[in-house]
Design a binder for this molecule. Structure first.
Ligand SMILES: *Cc1c(COP(=O)(O)O)cnc(C)c1O
Length: 363
């Protein structure tokens, strides 16, 4: 039964050779190479969760009528496994990902996965593929749990069959040449999430809907897009896949409050605690786009940074919109941004005491 879902292990009979793996790990990039194994489990209305396996990473065979292709009933997570100086391997707050996965599942009418099964799948994939966890710099093994409607049926209803997968992809430093502040494009035409919609869920469709705005940002010479609330088009929400933080001239820190349309980032939540540890006052509240524009121009806003699992903490150099651009500070990473970034990475890579009990040793 689903409460004690057991993953059986079918070792990959054709794993990458040591040489192949070493050459991938020498320059892993992001999201392009995958380890030897994945976790997979199936849910049906009749049987609940079953057929849970750790097996060779490889293609799935799916009917063209598979529900997810047509109706986007799909959610995912993003998390990392880190190699510590003593070669032990650790995950950062994996139980928070397990909980959020179930919140997302509920919104997308997907079945809940017992948190223990989620954690067990992650643990087993990382353990069997521990040689795929890179060492050095800010490299990690990026883990991608995903759940989608896999019923071969074109009727519109919650899928009666669902697939859960965990794949693992070695990732290099996000900024191999040093942290580079990004330019942000303000999307005035497109919004990401509306009240009552799926913005607070890590739903695949949210990303599909953000791509055209992201493409506009790139056309404008920017790196990322910032979205406003869908009703007043006034309040800052977040980027396509990262939350936002502001450092003010009195050294206080603010971040947009969770409004039901913002994705509740685990990095965002961790930073709330880290900036307090660093001696800053931190407030979650509404931040208008005018507060950003005027505050950056007047110097009231000293630093802006974005945060998420993949890029950790990314300094923001400027905000651009149709008809103008304003630089933040001197356009370089500010001291608070740098201190928060170091504090978080030091915990994740085992260089600082884990005072919040965030790390889970996997093997
Ligand atoms: C995943 C995600 C984030 C960041 O969440 P973390 O848990 O910090 O990785 C922020 N915004 C969106 C829209 C996301 O999908």
């Amino acid at each position: 039964m689903s409460a004690d879902l057991q993953f059986t292990v079918e070792p990959n009979t054709k794993p990458a050779s040591d040489d192949q793996r070493a050459s991938i790990l020498a320059n892993p990039g992001f999201g392009q190479n995958f380890s030897d194994h994945m976790a997979i489990a199936t849910w049906t209305k009749e049987q609940g969760w079953h057929d849970a396996r750790i097996t060779a990473f490889g293609p799935l065979e799916l009917s063209p009528a598979t529900a997810v292709f047509h109706y986007a009933q799909s959610i995912f997570e993003g998390m990392k496994a880190y190699r510590h100086p003593d070669d032990s391997i650790h995950a950062f707050r994996p139980e928070a990902n397990a909980r959020r996965f179930n919140r997302s599942a509920q919104r997308l009418a997907l079945p809940e996965l017992p948190e223990e099964a989620f954690l067990d799948a992650v643990r087993r994939v990382v353990t069997i593929d521990k040689d795929w966890v890179p060492a050095g710099g800010e490299s990690s093994l990026y883990l991608r749990p995903v759940m989608f409607g896999s019923d071969p049926y074109l009727g519109v209803r919650p899928s009666a069959q669902v697939t859960f997968l965990v794949m693992a992809s070695p990732a290099g430093s996000y900024f191999p040449n040093g942290v580079k502040p990004v330019r942000i494009w303000l999307s005035e035409e497109y919004t990401r999430a509306a009240p009552g919609g799926t913005g607070a869920a890590k739903a695949a469709g949210n990303y599909a809907a953000s791509l055209v705005a992201q493409a506009e940002a790139v056309e404008q010479g920017c790196d990322q897009v910032a979205f406003l609330d869908a009703i007043e088009r006034k309040w800052l929400e977040e980027l396509g896949g990262m939350n936002l933080y502001f450092v003010l001239d009195d050294n206080s820190v603010v971040t947009p409050e969770l409004s039901g349309t913002i994705l509740e980032g685990i990095t965002r939540d961790s930073i709330l605690k880290l900036v307090t540890d660093l001696g800053h006052t931190v407030t979650e509240r509404k931040i208008s786009i005018d507060e950003w524009r005027d505050g950056a121009a007047s110097g009231r806003i000293r630093e802006v940074f974005a945060c998420g699992t993949a890029a950790v903490i990314t300094p923001v150099a400027s905000l651009k919109w149709h008809g103008g651009e304003v630089q933040v500070g001197d356009g370089e990473a500010g001291p608070v941004t740098a201190a928060v970034r170091t504090a978080l990475l030091d915990v994740q890579y085992g260089r600082a005491a884990d005072t919040h009990n965030w790390m889970t040793r996997i093997c």
